[in-house]
Each structure stands twice: as structure tokens, then as C-alpha cells.
Design a binder for this molecule. Structure first.
Ligand code: ADP
Ligand code: MG
Length: 350
């Protein structure tokens, strides 16, 4: 006591500091408790379903590039707090909720192999092309078909809409360039012995007028795919990148474009994997006139499109009107090429 009386100031400040620390400690504990009890609706997939996230915060998150749960789940709480202008505690809460929504658990290889058994392959009337893909175009995955104008991207898209039908499947087609042709469907369906009008009825086509409309349509596709009777097995986006490329001109807008494309690809990836659907997107190439060595062409959208696609097929014109498909960077198949033709009946072997 005597000591205390001698140094009242120091002791007082020590106590005050201690009290402060204790309070802070309690506060953190409370927050952690709250974090624990916070019930997260794991099915709701909008950012607004995260705790304490309203419309204004969603906007801030998206502007800062946090457009999905994954980007939030892997963020550092200090970073997120700073960019969004929220407390560290609030950002920790959001990160925890995003993680619980992601189902970041592990699955055994056995379970995965079992899941892989549900994967179907949609074969086309060319053994060469089927061979390239170990049987055909896979469901549960995104396949990107890219190549120059006239390389037959749209023809392959049409072919898949017809080729999924003998097994009872149907198709959805998002057409951005106004190149869907029912007449071609009639020809390809007839060649496969399908009733042409029936085949046309099993293809739902929507014209996308700009990139926002295209993204909205992709979200709507989920409603169609959910319908078990419809048995949608193929979803086409032809062309994936044309609107994006036309609308986002100039270097300054590249980041915005890539961000939107990324979001679009995620919607498509979810459709592919949740509903075991074959998603086929077509993509153009841009020529790189300044490049004298290596491949003078490059797919639009770069890594955003490439990394989100399971299969990438590069198409080019071959000799005597033939076409060549080259499989690139497949997770389980060798890089290889297949030559084929486009005929009135559709995709054919040479
Ligand atoms: P992309 O979408 O890559 O720009 P397309 O898929 O539209 O190219 O391919 C167009 C090409 O397909 C045409 O140049 C033509 O060679 C071929 N093609 C289109 N229709 C027919 C048909 N009925 N018979 C034979 N070939 C066709
Ligand atoms: Mg086309």
C-alpha cells in the first residue's frame, strides 16, 4: 500500500492499461463466441447472405474484387477490413462464414472416383474427335473451343445440341452472335435418325444482346437445368467472349472485363458440376501482330477463361477444307490432334 501511495500515477496508469487490455480481451472473446454461434445458411450463395453484409457492403466487396466466397475465404482479415472499411472483427466474421459456405473439407479419392462414374461422354459422329476426348465431350466440366473465325466452333456447338439427344438429353444455347441456325439442327438431327422437329424442341435458345444480358441468361440456365424431366445435358455459350471484347475496349477496362468474365465462368462451372452438364463455350483468338515468334494467336480472356475450363480445344483449318482439333492441357488426357470435316450432316471423319 505504501508503495502504491508513493507512486500513485504509475500504478494508476498500469491499472488502467490492464483494465483496457482485459476489456479488449473480453471483447475479442465475445466476438469469437459470436463467430461460433453465427448460423450460416450454406445454401444461400449470394454475398449478401454473409453476416453483417448488406447491399452497400456487397457493392464494396465486388468493387474490391471479392466477387465470390472463395476470394473472401482466402483473404486476410486485415486486408479485407482495410479495403472495405470495416473492423477487423467484422471481417473475420465474414471470412469465417465464407469458409463455411465453401465446404472446404476433403473428400476421399474413392468418393471422387464414384463421382467420376456419373460423368458421361457425349460422342459426336467423328471417331477422330471422340478419340481425342476419350469417348466424347464430358459432362460435369467446361470445354472451351477456341479458334479463328470459320474454324467450326459454332458447328461443333450445334452438333453437341443434337448428339446429346439419342441418350435422352436436351440442350440450352446462349447465342451472342446470332449464328444459331435451326436449319443446321434439322440436317444434323436427320443424319442421326432423329425426328427434326422433336430435336428442335429439345433445344432452348436465347439471344444475348450484351455481356450483362449474357450473364443474366447464364444464371437463368440453372432454372432450366434443375428441371429433371428436361434432362439438360448440354449448355452452350457461343460466343463466350464476343460481347466482352466489344464492350470493354482499352487497357483501363481490362481488369473490369476479366472480373466479370471470371464471375460468368464461375456460374457456368457451377452449372456443369452441380447438374452434371457438359458446358461448351466458344472463344475467339486475337492475332498478335507484334509477335514474330511462337503462336501468333491467343485466346481471348486469357487465364480467366483457360483456368476455368477443364478441356481446351484449339480449332484450325486443315488441308482441303478439313479442320484440326488440338486438345491442350487436359487434366487426364494427352495433348493430341484430330482431323475432321464439317459436312451437311455435321461433324464427320475425313
Ligand atoms: P466459327 O463459329 O468458328 O466462326 P462456324 O462453326 O460458323 O465457324 O463454321 C463455319 C464453316 O462451317 C463454314 O465456313 C463452312 O465451311 C462450314 N459449314 C457450315 N454449314 C455447312 C454445311 N451445311 N455443309 C458443310 N459445311 C458447312
Ligand atoms: Mg461462330
Amino acid at each position: 500500500m505504501a508503495k502504491k501511495a508513493k507512486q500513485p500515477k504509475e500504478d494508476d496508469s498500469m491499472e488502467a492499461k490492464e483494465r483496457e487490455m482485459e476489456e479488449e480481451f473480453e471483447q475479442v472473446q465475445e466476438e469469437q463466441e459470436e463467430e461460433k454461434v453465427e448460423k450460416v445458411d450454406v445454401k444461400d450463395e449470394s454475398l449478401a447472405s454473409l453476416p453483417g453484409v448488406g447491399a452497400a457492403t456487397v457493392e464494396k466487396l465486388e468493387q474490391a474484387g471479392y466477387t465470390d466466397f472463395l476470394s473472401i475465404a482466402v483473404a486476410s482479415s486485415a486486408d479485407l477490413a482495410e479495403k472495405i472499411g470495416m473492423t477487423a472483427a467484422a471481417s473475420r466474421k465474414i471470412i469465417a462464414a465464407a469458409r463455411s459456405k465453401l465446404n472446404m473439407g476433403f473428400e476421399s479419392g474413392e468418393v471422387l472416383l464414384e463421382k467420376r462414374k456419373n460423368v458421361k461422354r457425349i460422342s459426336v459422329p467423328s471417331e477422330a474427335v471422340n478419340g481425342l476426348l476419350a469417348g466424347g465431350f464430358e459432362t460435369g466440366a467446361i470445354t472451351e473451343v477456341f479458334g479463328q473465325y470459320g474454324s467450326s466452333k459454332t458447328q461443333i456447338a450445334h452438333q453437341l445440341c443434337v448428339s446429346c439427344q439419342p441418350d435422352g438429353g436436351s440442350a440450352v444455347y446462349i447465342d451472342t452472335e446470332n449464328t444459331f441456325r435451326p436449319e443446321r439442327i434439322v440436317q444434323m438431327a436427320t443424319a442421326l435418325g432423329l425426328e427434326p422437329n422433336e430435336a428442335l424442341r429439345k433445344i432452348k435458345v436465347a439471344r444475348a444482346f450484351n455481356s450483362d444480358h449474357q450473364m443474366l441468361l447464364a444464371e437463368k440456365v440453372e432454372d432450366l437445368v434443375k428441371d429433371k424431366d428436361a434432362n439438360v445435358k448440354v449448355v452452350i455459350v457461343d460466343s463466350l467472349t464476343a460481347h466482352f471484347r466489344a464492350e470493354f475496349v482499352g487497357r483501363g477496362t481490362l481488369a473490369d472485363r476479366q472480373q466479370k468474365l471470371n464471375r460468368h465462368m464461375h456460374v457456368l462451372a457451377k452449372i456443369a458440376s452441380n447438374y452434371n452438364v457438359c458446358v461448351l463455350v466458344t472463344n475467339q483468338v486475337m492475332s498478335k501482330p507484334d509477335q514474330f515468334f511462337g503462336d501468333p494467336t491467343e485466346a481471348i480472356g486469357g487465364h480467366v477463361v483457360g483456368h476455368n475450363s477443364t478441356f481446351r480445344i484449339y480449332l484450325r483449318r486443315g488441308k482441303k477444307g478439313s479442320r484440326v482439333a488440338k486438345l491442350i492441357d487436359s487434366p487426364n488426357l494427352p495433348d493430341a490432334e484430330a482431323a475432321f470435316m464439317i459436312t451437311e450432316d455435321g461433324v464427320k471423319d475425313l
